[in-house]
Design a protein around this ligand. Structure first.
Ligand SMILES: Cc1cc2nc3c(=O)[nH]c(=O)nc-3n(C[C@H](O)[C@H](O)[C@H](O)COP(=O)(O)OP(=O)(O)OC[C@H]3O[C@@H](n4cnc5c(N)ncnc54)[C@H](O)[C@@H]3O)c2cc1C
Length: 217
C-alpha cells in the first residue's frame, strides 16, 4: 500500500530502484495484488467512499485539454503554433530539453550539480503553470497530454532526489559534478520523498537499505 490509504502500487509506478526491474516489478505486482485482496477481505475498504462530486471534479480535470483545444483552436497562427496553448509534443520537447540540460542528460555528458538542479526545479515550476494550457485535439492527444503531465511530475521527483543525494552512486547513469565520489558513509541508504499536494513542497528522508544477501556469499 502506498502512503495513500487503500491505494496499492507496484513496479515502476512506486519508484525506480535497482532491484525493481522486470522481475522485481512483477513480483511486487503479485505481492501488492495479494495485499489489496486481503485489505478488501478484511473489510478495510468499506470506509472508503468516492462521492459523485469527486468523480465529476476529476472528469472536468481529465477532459480539460480537449475543452481548451475546442475553445482556442481558431487562434492558431501557423501550423500548430497557438498563443493560447501548447500541445503535448511541444510540451514533451520542452521537458526533454530541460531535463537533459539541468538534470544530467546526454548533451551535458550526464553531469549535473546543485546549482543546475535548482535552476531545473525553477524551470519545472514555470512549466507546470504552462501545463494548465495544454490542448488536445482528439482522444489520442488527450492520452499524450496526461502522459506529459505525469512525466513532468516524475521529472520533478527525479530532480529532487538527484539534489538530495550528494554523491555519485552510479557513474554512467549520472554524475554529481560537485560530489564525484561514492560516499558509503553517508549515502548507503534509500531516499524517500513525500510531496505535499497542497503546497507542492517536498520532504526528503533517508531510509535504511537492508541487504537480503550479503556480499561475501
Ligand atoms: C530503456 C529501458 C531498458 C530496460 N532494460 C531492462 C532490462 O534489461 N532488464 C530489466 O529487468 N528491466 C529493464 N528495464 C526496466 C523494466 O522494463 C521496468 O522496470 C518494468 O517493465 C516495469 O514494469 P511495470 O509493470 O511496473 O511498468 P510498465 O511495464 O511500464 O507497465 C505499465 C503499463 O501501464 C499502462 N498504462 C499507463 N497508463 C495507463 C492508463 N491510464 N490506463 C491503462 N493502462 C495504462 C502502460 O501502457 C504500460 O503498459 C528497462 C527499462 C527501460 C525504460
Amino acid at each position: 500500500m502506498t502512503t495513500i490509504e487503500g491505494l496499492f502500487g507496484a513496479g515502476d509506478a512506486v519508484g525506480g530502484t535497482p532491484h525493481a526491474f522486470s522481475s522485481g516489478s512483477f513480483t511486487e505486482g503479485r505481492l501488492a495484488a495479494k495485499a489489496a485482496c486481503k485489505y478488501i477481505d478484511d473489510g478495510k475498504a468499506e470506509g472508503i467512499v468516492v462521492s459523485d462530486e469527486q468523480i465529476n471534479r476529476r472528469k472536468v480535470e481529465i477532459y480539460k485539454p480537449l475543452e481548451h483545444y475546442r475553445v482556442y483552436r481558431n487562434a492558431i497562427v501557423a501550423g500548430s503554433v497557438n498563443p493560447h496553448y501548447i500541445n503535448p509534443k511541444q510540451g514533451l520537447d520542452r521537458l526533454q530539453k530541460l531535463m537533459d540540460e539541468y538534470c544530467g542528460g546526454v548533451t551535458v555528458n550526464y553531469m549535473t550539480n546543485e546549482k543546475l538542479l535548482h535552476i531545473g526545479l525553477k524551470k519545472l515550476k514555470i512549466m507546470e503553470e504552462d501545463l494548465e494550457s495544454l490542448a488536445a485535439e482528439d482522444i489520442h492527444e488527450l492520452l499524450r497530454a496526461w502522459e506529459l503531465k505525469h512525466r513532468h511530475r516524475a521529472a520533478e521527483c527525479v530532480t529532487q532526489h538527484t539534489l538530495f543525494r550528494k554523491e555519485t552512486r552510479w557513474p554512467g547513469y549520472y554524475y554529481r559534478g560537485d560530489a564525484m565520489k561514492l560516499d558509503d558513509e553517508n549515502w548507503h541508504v534509500l531516499t524517500v520523498s513525500r510531496r505535499d499536494p497542497k503546497t507542492g513542497e517536498y520532504t526528503m528522508e533517508k531510509a535504511p537499505c537492508y541487504h537480503l544477501v550479503s556480499g561475501d556469499e
